[in-house]
Design a protein around this ligand. Sequence first.
Ligand SMILES: C[S@@+](CC[C@H](N)C(=O)[O-])C[C@H]1O[C@@H](n2cnc3c(N)ncnc32)[C@H](O)[C@@H]1O
Length: 509
Amino acid sequence: MTGEALTIDRSALEQLAALLLERAGLKVTPDGYMGLRLALQARMPALGLDDAGEYVRRLKQLAGEHELRALLPLVTVGKTEFFRDARQFAAFENEVFPELLKHARRESRPVRLWSAGCATGEEPYSIAMVGLDRGALTQEVDCWATDLNPVAVENAARGRFAIRRLLGVSEPRLARYFTLTDGQYEVNPQLREMVRFEGHNLAAPLWPQVRPQSMDLIFCRNVIIYFDQPTILAVMERFYDSLRPGGWLFLGYSESLFRVPTRFEMVEVGGVFIYRRPVRRSAMAMPLPPLPGPTPAQQAPKPAERPTPKALPLVVGLQLPKSTVTPYVPRPSPVPGTGTPVQRLAEIVGLIERGDFPRALRHAHALCEAEPDDLAARITLGNVHALMGNIEEAREAYQAALQREPLSVEARLYLGIAAMQADEPEAARQEFTRALFLEPTLALGHYLLAQVHERRGDAEAARRSYRNAVNQRRGPPHTLLGHFPDLPTSNEAIAQAAQYRLAALSERP
Ligand SMILES: C[S@@+](CC[C@H](N)C(=O)[O-])C[C@H]1O[C@@H](n2cnc3c(N)ncnc32)[C@H](O)[C@@H]1O
């Protein structure tokens, strides 16, 4: 079934946008309908459907949850625009590209650039425009543009854009590089010559198309945000190998490699941070310096410096009667530190409930050592650390869980909670959003995301997420792996708390 054989009318797109808003808090404006259309073109054939109205009806049914999860990544990751992130493009245009061109000319070769995760082509065509503006000849720039989504690649190669998608392109560039044909702007042959489009999966273990040390610069922006930690590490290693010494890696605005041990160095160019393969190979792989974050005074104090918190103060409005909590309470082992993993976990839960965190920690460590693949044990270890205020150790435990199970909703959720404890609302927002991609009906995820929005002062987004939490009242129940006291999982309890917050928000002047 080809894209042309599908019926995708505007009313179906509107219904889909409304459904995404209701179920996952995703706001898709009419500007984003092209992205919805592309996602539908990818998903409808997989279900043997040719009518988008029928597809939306399926999504609305309870059984549509599974499909919604398949659709969500497609509709959230396709967003792109020309000259996205003006500051990065200014650094590229004014500082990085001229140097690369000079260098390549000395070696009588083209500048080799790669737009990895190019979506519908706006990024690589922007790169090519910069190249021509800076005096390069078409044959002096070789821009390889790749994406996992074949429909996006096909559209990118077609090089035709609706007028509204060219808002980021200045008038002189529009006149120089585009031709208006049948109500759409088409890229000129010059730009086409500079960009080669191809399907490519960054998460594949080998990239036979890429020669080692062949690239001068890689743009991979707003792509890795949806990858788990092991994939990010693997992709970064391969990027490193693909780049020449001194080659550049541009990541998206919110995608720092903070805490990702890579061999890249971070360089400030024109006020933005860019990663670079060092010119000389360093003897050891060094972690990157952290991006500017909270000052030491803002950081979570060490456990010795503060009393052990029993419950998370951040969960505003969720101090609920115990009866609303669905705790995980298997029978403990009769002899401490022995028995089946389930019994040992129950013992740790008992210690947590009694507030004996140091012993809970020892037992959780021992259980993780004995059962390295036990996800519940890893997550509970993280939770004990979080309860003791050891935020970094908690995060390590959750990351270890993610290495074993990259799609662990719990690990994402608790990473978000840890980020809130560390006063890092942006990181928390990302983690809760990821948890919700994996499990869009997770009421607690919507609730916590709403709290992050509140903390960031975004009342409208907070209301939307609280409404999403309320909407899950009759959604499927979820039992979370790993024990965290006083964290409710009952949809009804969370819906009530969300309603209180909604009322409080509407009362604010
Ligand atoms: C948000 S768009 C980013 C487009 C462009 N880089 C930008 O910043 O405007 C992310 C793109 O990454 C692509 N993508 C996601 N996973 C990928 C993978 N494993 N390999 C290659 N591309 C991938 C998606 O298909 C999507 O087109």
